[in-house]
Every structure is written in C-alpha cells, then in structure tokens.
Design a binder for this molecule. Structure first.
Ligand code: NAD
Ligand code: UGA
Length: 468
C-alpha cells in the first residue's frame, strides 16, 4: 500500500525551522515543504542569496531544494490550510515577566501557533512540536486545537524535538544520532517516522510517549551543559594546583563510561538554549515540588556564571588590577565557531565586565557585525537593571569598535582575549601581532585554542583557562 501524500508546513523560519525543513525538502523531493514566519525580513533573506543564518553547507542544501519543493513565505494561514503535517518551530525564550520570570519558558509564541492552526485547519492535521518545550505542553496544545473553528478539523499532536547543534547543523541533520518522536497515535508517529526514514536508519528513529519525548529534550541539554560546567569547575582547580585541564579531560575522557566529548574547558557555555532549557527544568522541578532536584540542576548555570566572571576577573587581575583606558582586542563574539549566532554568548558577559572596568574594546568576529555586538550589550545591560543607564550607553557607544581582521584588532592593544574558537585564529602571524602590541603583551585564551608554549616564546604573557 502506498503512503498517503504529505505536504508540510513549518511555522518558524529560525535556526531550527530553516535548516531542518531544508534538509527534509532535500531528502524528499516529492514532499512540498512550506516554511512560514511572521518576520518579513527573515523570510526575504531565506529567499535571497544571503541566508539569514550562517551554517556550513546550508547554502547548498537550500539552493538544491528552494523553488522546487521548498518555499519560504509569510503567508501562515495558507500554509496551514494546505498542509497535513504542521511543525511548530518558534522561539521559546525564558520568561522575562510575571510568574516564573527568569526561569519558565515563555510559551506565548507556541500558543499563538496552536491558535492559528485551530483557526485555519480543515481536515486532519498532524501537529508536531519541534520547539523545545516544557514537559506536558502537548496537553495545552491539544486543548487549544480542540477549539478549532472548523468542525471537520481533527488533530494528532506529536513531539519531535530537534537535537542539531549550530555550526554543525547540516551534518547533524544528515546523520542524526537519533530522531525522537513521541505521541499517542501510532499511525501519526509512523507517518512522521516515514519522512525521516527516507534518509535516517530506522534503528535511529526512537518512538516514545509524548511526555518522555518532551522531557528527553530538556534532559539532553541539561546533561550536555552539565559536562561543560563540570570540566569548567575542574579548570579552576587546575589553575590552583598546577594540573592541566586538557590533560585531565583527556585522561577521564578515555574511560568509555565517560567519553571524550563535551569536556573542552572554556570561558563558559553560551547559545540560546543551554541556560534557557536548564532554567526551565529547574522551574518544572520546583513546580512539581522537587526543590532538591531543582537546586542540583541550577548549579550547572551558576557554575557557568562563575566561569564567565572568573575569566574577566583574571584579565583585570593579571593586567595589574586595572584595564581602564587600555585597549583589549576581543577575538570572537559568536557563542561558538561556525555560527553567526551571538545569543547568550559568553563574550557578551566578558565584554560587559571589561567595559564596566572602562576598557576600550576592539572586537573581531568573522560573522558578527558591530550592530549585533552593540545590540547584545544593550540587551544584557538593560535586562540587568530594567533600563540602560547613561553610563552604560556611553561605554557601549564610545568604548566598543570592530575591526575587519583579527590582526587589525590588535594594533596598539595591551591584550588579546580569545572568546570564540574560530579556526582562523590558529593561523595568525603572532610575531607581527606581538610587535604591533603594547608591552607587556597579554593573551587570555578562553578557549584553550592556541599554542601556549609558542606564544610565550614570542614574548606574550599567556593566561589560559585551566592551565597554571
Ligand atoms: P529563532 O528565534 O531563530 O526562530 C524562531 C522563529 O519563529 C522566528 O523567526 C520568529 O519570527 C518565528 N515566530 C515566532 N512566533 C511566530 C508565529 N506566531 N508565527 C510565525 N512565526 C513565528 O529560534 P530557533 O533557534 O530556531 O529555536 C526554535 C526552537 O527550537 C526553540 O524552542 C529552541 O529551544 C529549539 N531549538 C533550537 C536549537 C538551535 O540550535 N537554535 C536547537 C534545537 C532546538
Ligand atoms: C546544543 C546541543 O549540543 C544540541 O544538541 C541542541 O539541539 C541545542 O543545544 C539546542 O537545543 O539548542 P548548541 O548550543 O548549538 O547545541 O551548541 P553546542 O555545541 O552544544 O555548544 C554550546 C556551548 O557550549 C557553546 O558555547 C560551546 O562553546 C560550549 N562548549 C561545548 C564548551 O564550552 N565545551 C565543550 O566541550 C562543548
């Protein structure tokens, strides 16, 4: 028996909706995929040669399918009407107001999608939670859908969280460790599994109940972030004792029960999801009367805050306790390499701390603009106090600039701070960089990216996370 034909709509054309749908469209040329968003400029960018997100290999995937069976548009209602599978892939940020402020997920955008689907649906629709959501959100989605205007409208709700990491989205989507589908209707689960089954090995398609699927996503991110905070906690002890954090990570990572991944000590984890998802987990634990469990997971975020602060404190302390009016070259502003995403990047926090110490910052990141840097700093400094003080506004306006190359950023600088592990930083001519800097020339490697010994021989005073 042939499978019923499928037409997909995805609401939300962001870092997840865009690449995920492009991959489905590439792998399933017979399935029409419509990606819709209320953000007109984002949709225009998806339809242009300059995609709104930088992701290695994504341009090729989009070019292959766009206009054939992959379409980007702002016409949300038309896409809902014509689809039989609807992915909800909108943002679920941490709440900044009301009950659960600073912890719970803001489900406003998800709820609006469910209402939009209820309004326009006709016939049977499989509604798929692709966004990361608190466990039991599907219950609310189902209730909203049950109020659909059209009496012919019926629904199955599935949870299908996304596990791609930015910077490696295309390879993660091509060969995922697993695809997770949670639901109540076996038929709906099988229909979605058949879409992924075009290129994913059936053994890697896991089928669970709805709540396990929703909770597994938050748990996966919490475990990954916990590993980073664990190794970062040990990095502080390494600095105090003479142990080397990379050697420790290697020694423990060869134990197959621990494994080598996610043990790279850093200036702290960033990105739009780790902190948000752990805080959401913390909120859920509190909500379900589990304060000890909540406190356990919250510590992962607190350790990350400590690590970011520890780095900026080390910069100030090492530079004779003052960075006032000193030029510091900031190498990297994105939250990791190979992405233009700066959300929750540790660089924002370090730059904030250094600005408060009156440093002058020259930032270089191959994928981040001055406008983006300033937006992030304004957002952080505003969200802390509710308003942006005149002092902070002035510091951002007068003490932040960008350079168009890593070496251009260092001319006349007292120090370099490496905050993102872009590969190009490894190939810099450090002799000429050193000669262009004020002496002593400090280098703070927040990613343990560079060869410390080589730099010290050139003359740099090097501080590297987790190294004595
Ligand atoms: P994003 O902010 O990049 O994109 C979300 C998009 O949804 C925006 O373009 C926004 O305009 C659009 N949107 C919001 N409300 C809408 C509505 N009512 N109708 C139409 N469009 C609407 O977010 P993202 O990074 O793609 O994340 C989306 C979800 O996926 C989040 O829940 C996130 O936790 C999860 N997630 C993200 C990643 C990642 O790497 N970024 C990975 C896995 C899971
Ligand atoms: C993470 C998860 O890896 C994805 O599986 C998940 O889908 C995604 O969150 C999400 O839900 O949004 P992402 O945040 O894109 O992906 O990137 P990661 O590679 O996980 O890195 C997160 C942060 O941790 C970065 O700042 C990175 O530099 C840092 N990190 C990572 C370390 O400091 N050390 C490590 O060993 C690994």
């Amino acid at each position: 028996m042939s499978e019923p034909s499928t037409k997909i709509c995805c609401i939300g054309a962001g870092y997840v909706g865009g690449p995920t749908m492009a991959m489905i469209a590439k792998q399933c040329p017979d399935i029409e995929v419509n990606v819709v968003d209320i953000n007109e400029s984002r949709i225009a960018a998806w339809n242009s040669d300059l995609l709104p997100i930088y992701e290695p290999g994504l341009d090729e995937v989009v070019k292959e399918a766009r206009g054939r069976n992959l379409f980007f548009s702002t016409d949300v209602s038309a896409a809902i009407k014509s689809a039989d599978m609807i992915f909800i892939s909108v943002n679920t940020p941490t709440k900044t107001f009301g009950i659960g402020t600073g912890r719970a997920a803001n489900l406003e955008f998800v709820e609006k999608c469910a209402r939009e689907i209820a309004l326009h649906a006709d016939g049977h629709k499989i509604v798929i939670e692709k966004s990361t959501l608190p466990v039991r959100t599907a219950e609310a989605v189902k209730r909203i859908l049950s109020s659909a205007s059209n009496e012919n409208a019926t629904f199955d709700v599935l949870s299908n969280p996304e596990f791609l990491a930015e910077g490696t989205a295309v390879e993660d989507l091509l060969a995922p460790d697993r695809v997770l589908i949670g639901g109540e209707s076996q038929e709906a689960i099988d229909r979605l599994a058949a879409v992924y089954g075009r290129w994913v090995n059936p053994e890697n398609i896991l089928k669970t109940n709805l709540w396990s699927s929703e909770l597994s996503k938050l748990t996966a991110n919490a475990f990954l972030a916990q590993r980073v905070s664990s190794i970062n906690a040990i990095s502080a002890l390494c600095e105090a004792t003479g142990a080397d954090v990379d050697e420790v990570a290697n020694a423990i990572g060869t134990d197959s029960r621990i494994g080598p991944k996610f043990l790279k000590s850093s200036v702290g984890f960033g990105g739009s999801c780790f902190q948000k998802d752990i805080l959401n987990l913390v909120y859920l634990c509190e909500h379900f009367g589990l304060p000890e469990v909540a406190a356990y997971w919250e510590q992962v975020v607190l350790m990350n805050d400590y690590q970011k602060r520890r780095f900026s404190t080390a910069v100030v302390k090492t530079m004779f306790n003052t960075v006032s009016d000193k030029k510091i070259a900031i190498w990297g502003f994105a939250f990791k390499k190979d992405t233009n995403d700066t959300r929750e990047s540790p660089a924002i926090y370090v730059c904030r701390d250094l600005l408060e110490e009156r440093a002058r910052l020259t930032i270089y990141d191959p994928k981040v603009s001055l406008e983006q840097v300033k937006q992030e700093l304004v957002y952080l400094m505003t969200s802390e106090n509710g308003t942006l003080s005149e002092k902070h506004r002035q510091l951002i306006d007068e003490n932040v600039e960008v350079a168009d190359s890593a070496s251009a950023a260092t001319t006349g600088a007292h120090a370099i701070a490496v905050l993102t592990e872009w590969d190009e930083f490894k190939d810099i001519d450090f002799h000429s960089v050193y000669s262009s800097m004020k002496k002593p020339a400090f280098l703070f490697d927040g990613r343990n990216l560079l060869d410390r010994e080589k730099l010290s021989k050139i003359g740099f005073e090097v501080y590297a996370t987790g190294k004595s």
